[in-house]
Design a protein around this ligand. Structure first.
Ligand code: 13P
Length: 250
């Protein structure tokens, strides 16, 4: 199956109202590349304003709670993201797994809550540096996939993002061969868990220090269907070249 390329910006804890102009510029430029799916995931506080500033744009959250409502001070539920105009949510980012102690079971519960609320999901996995160095990265990541994947899901609404922790925000990237090996292994695991047809339809994104210079090579690797971009998604000047690289591979 031909999977559409998908380039998603994760703004993390960056972005005030003044940044909406960058989002508008990103979505306007992305309009020239209809073969690539684009989304931006700003902080919760900007979701509604970004949807209003860029009508028709696909905007997402960076996390959600597994419960639909309740006494969880400071948390955001999936139906709230929908209410704010979000179409997707990132779950299981390593900055949540590591910084907030989220387990595979927590991530799975969040993904299931998001899907039930009608959101699409980007489910993140990725190994720390010592696991890569010890040669166990594939086994580590496949265990995360097995533990975090929802029980039942529409493959069109669930993407996996492989983000090696040591590559996030460091300027380091794995070799293209290592990316292709990992993405191929993830797709085989998805096939075991969800069936070959679902695995073939699902998009697997690479994330970690993607920029305009390395995007074509990384996105051209086997089984790579797009990118989850942090730092280089904050401005149109840095993000649009990544979209252009994805379009060139279309
Ligand atoms: P950087 O692109 O800044 O390395 O961040 C990647 C990431 O964590 C996206 O979710």
């Amino acid at each position: 199956m031909a999977r559409r390329k998908y380039v998603v910006g994760n703004w993390k804890m960056n972005g005030l109202t003044a940044a909406l102009g960058e989002a508008q510029a990103i979505f306007a430029a992305a309009g020239a590349h209809p073969a690539v799916d684009i989304a931006l995931c700003p902080p919760f506080t900007l979701i509604g304003a970004m949807v209003a500033a860029a009508p028709g744009a696909v905007v997402g959250g960076q996390d959600c709670h597994a419960a639909a409502s309740g006494a969880f001070t400071g948390s955001i539920a999936a139906p709230m993201l929908v209410d704010a105009g979000a179409a997707l949510v990132i779950v299981g980012h390593s900055e949540r797994r590591e910084g907030f102690g989220e387990s595979d079971a927590d991530v799975r519960a969040k993904a299931e809550a998001a899907l039930s609320a009608g959101l699409s999901v980007i489910l993140c996995v990725g190994e720390p540096r010592e696991v890569r160095e010890s040669g166990d990265a594939v086994d580590y990541v496949l265990a995360q996939v097995a533990g975090s994947l929802p029980g039942a899901f529409d493959p069109a609404r669930l993407a996996i993002a492989y983000e090696p922790i040591w590559a996030i925000g460091t300027g380091l990237v794995p070799t293209v061969a290592d990316v292709a090996e990992m993405h191929g292994a993830i797709r085989a695991k998805l096939g075991e868990q969800a069936g070959a047809e679902a695995a073939d339809a699902m998009r697997i994104l690479y994330g970690g220090s993607v920029n305009g210079e390395n995007a074509a090579e990384l996105l051209g690797a086997g089984d790579v269907d797009g990118a989850l971009v942090g730092g280089a998604s904050l401005t149109a000047g840095k993000f649009v070249p990544i979209v252009e690289a994805a379009a060139g591979l279309g």
